[in-house]
Design a protein around this ligand. Structure first.
Ligand SMILES: Cc1cc2nc3c(=O)[nH]c(=O)nc-3n(C[C@H](O)[C@H](O)[C@H](O)COP(=O)(O)O)c2cc1C
Length: 342
């Protein structure tokens, strides 16, 4: 099976003299580096003369884990933020229209190119896009400094979201929930089957089998590089719960990402807020990983919502400074994700 990683952004030349369409395609190389739940990459891009649509690819939905397509939409929001960053970093502006057609629920956003008289505030995040990875290993003991924490909170706010660090009793309660939910989902065969679908799965592209989802090799690398204190947690849901709890306990930073409501539009905001926080973190050397299970079950999500002052929590992140860089799983080839507007 072929492993295809996305184009190396650092080597990709921006088509300064190119057409709007070529400039948009350049930005889409950045879009597909966005994180997505279980690396489902649930997006399709429809090209117009001067704009591009982000469309939900619901063939890739996680019906059991994400029945409302909330995480699917958040992932598309993260891809949208990357497009905005790519355009601003190359002297272009854009007008973003969220959910532009009520009759077409798959059409999540349209991004239209505009002139940009001034460089925008997102441009500085460009170098962070290819350097961001979900870091599944433990972090070093180094604490996240107050100025970095402040920058992460500002990044969330800039997208209308909240980035809420969990400390003291809230951190302890969150750790308790993580363990409880791990045991619940591990003993649910439907839930397990739904997760396994995305482990080492593949698709066909140009007659070649291409890896997608989360490769088992990444998890093997993960297992091989676990420090001794984590090696003792293997196997069943109980042990997995204890491992996740230990990862959370030792995390320099545990935080929630929340948006002001729970509509599709708010999910797109949450995706943009998430990605802005992640990229801001990368500029400071901070990476993130997800402990999202408590936000995937309605009762535990409702419990966590008591802490987010009227906003709706979507993601729980474990953040810190990684010891080594960690690679991302492969991406679907961009050409397979492009559609021409009729
Ligand atoms: C909405 C959303 C939910 C996610 N949930 C989880 C999760 O529960 N557990 C996890 O390990 N990773 C989770 N991830 C991270 C993805 O697995 C990861 O983004 C994907 O494998 C691509 O890898 P990369 O982030 O290194 O590019 C989530 C990502 C997003 C955007």
């Amino acid at each position: 099976m072929t492993r295809r990683h996305a184009v190396d952004l650092e080597k990709l030349a921006f088509p300064v003299e190119g057409s709007p369409r070529e400039k948009l395609i350049f930005a889409l190389h950045a879009a597909i580096l966005a994180p997505s739940g279980h690396n489902t990459q649930p997006w399709i891009f429809r090209l117009h003369a001067n704009s591009v649509d982000i469309r939900a690819d619901r063939r890739r939905r996680l019906a059991v884990i994400d029945p409302q397509d909330r995480e699917l939409t958040i992932s598309c929001g993260a891809a949208l933020l990357n497009i905005r960053v790519a355009l601003e970093a190359h002297g272009l502006g854009c007008k973003v229209n969220l959910l532009p057609d009520e009759a077409d629920a798959d059409l999540l956003a349209n991004i239209e190119l505009t002139d940009a008289p001034e460089p925008g505030p997102l441009a500085r995040l460009w170098p962070a896009i290819p350097r961001r990875h979900t870091h599944r290993l433990p972090f070093t003991d180094r604490q996240v400094e107050p100025d970095v924490l402040w920058a992460l909170q500002e990044a969330g706010l800039a997208e209308g979201c909240r980035f809420l660090p969990l400390t003291g009793d809230l951190k302890n309660e969150a750790i308790g929930l993580i363990g409880e939910v791990d045991v619940r989902v591990a003993t649910d065969p439907i839930y397990r089957q739904a997760l396994d679908r995305w482990l080492s799965s593949h698709i066909e592209s140009d007659g070649v089998q291409v890896a997608e989802g989360i490769e088992i090799t990444i998890l093997d690398d993960f297992a091989a590089s676990l420090p001794r204190w984590l090696m003792r947690f293997k196997g069943n849901g109980q042990a997995r719960g204890e491992r996740d709890q230990e990862l959370a306990r030792r995390a320099p930073l545990l935080a929630l990402v929340a948006s002001p409501g729970d509509t599709v539009c708010h999910w797109l905001m949450a995706g943009q807020g998430l990605q802005r926080v992640l990229l801001e973190g990368v500029l400071a050397g901070v990476q993130a990983s997800y402990l999202n299970q408590p936000l995937e079950l309605p009762d535990t999500r409702a419990w966590l919502a008591r802490w987010t002052s009227g906003t709706t929590p979507h993601l729980m992140l474990r953040m810190g400074y990684p010891e080594h860089d960690h690679r991302s799983p492969p991406r679907r080839p961009l050409k397979d994700l492009l559609e021409e507007a009729p």
